[in-house]
Design a protein around this ligand. Structure first.
Ligand code: CA
Length: 231
């Protein structure tokens, strides 16, 4: 019996360890850069050739709320905000969104090919940002579904549902575009990054459900009245 109890405790400890292995799901940069870095990729759709990596600059004020991080365009390549690595199991966010706020100091001056990249299980999945930010904070909400992502770059094939699940289940890192200006001169900012679950996970009863519940309540009331009348 004693051995069984010990085993149960060990199993519980294991479960707790697995739970705590999941890193942050939101970053608001209140007091530091929270492990984010600036990546400089070759550009032109090449998000694999890393030209350089530096720490993100932490700014204590001026964010969407409070502090934020920023990066200065390091080269003619593409500036990206890179999350900490080894994030873990983010499967719960399938069908949900990745929310964040971007700003850039110079007006975007070329066609929008900005992307967000999810990396894990040796796969690199790329989704279009959809629009470029302004010099004020611009909010983004990226749908986390396979159909929104392509393999490698925006010219790649649409990602399969199984590969998308695979990447989310062992997410290593995600990257958000910070390159919006033709010229090595812009400064871009990132704030209020958060994974959000799909609201479909906690469905609200539909009006028809209330109708059925109401009908059941009325039937119960009628039954109780009949019993009461007999007595
Ligand atoms: Ca902030």
């Amino acid at each position: 019996m004693k051995g069984t109890a010990t085993l149960k405790l060990l199993a519980l400890a294991g479960a707790l360890t697995l739970t705590s292995a999941l890193h942050a799901q939101s970053w608001d940069f209140t007091s530091n850069a929270q492990g984010w870095t600036i990546h400089d990729y070759a550009g032109g759709g090449d998000y694999a050739t890393l030209l350089g990596s530096t720490a993100a600059t932490f700014n204590a004020a001026g964010g969407n709320t409070g502090g934020f991080i920023s990066g200065t365009d390091p080269s003619g390549g593409s500036l990206f905000f890179a999350s900490p690595t080894g994030l873990g199991n983010y499967s719960a966010f399938a069908g949900g969104t990745l929310n964040f706020s971007l700003t850039t100091n110079l007006l975007p001056d070329y066609a929008d090919d900005s992307v967000v990249i999810l990396r894990g299980s040796s796969l690199s999945l790329v989704a279009p940002l959809g629009s470029q930010p302004a010099s004020t904070w611009t909010d983004y909400s990226l749908l986390l579904s396979a159909g929104n992502f392509r393999y490698g770059n925006l010219g790649g094939a649409v990602v399969s549902g199984s590969d998308f699940s695979l990447v989310l289940s062992s997410l290593d890192q995600f990257l958000i575009n910070g390159e919006f200006h033709n010229g090595v001169e812009e400064v871009s900012g990132l704030d209020t990054v958060a994974f959000q679950r799909s609201t479909n996970l906690t469905p609200v009863p539909e009006p028809s459900t209330y109708g059925v519940m109401g009908a059941g309540l009325l039937a119960g009331l009628a039954f109780w009245r009949r019993r009461r009348a007999r007595n």
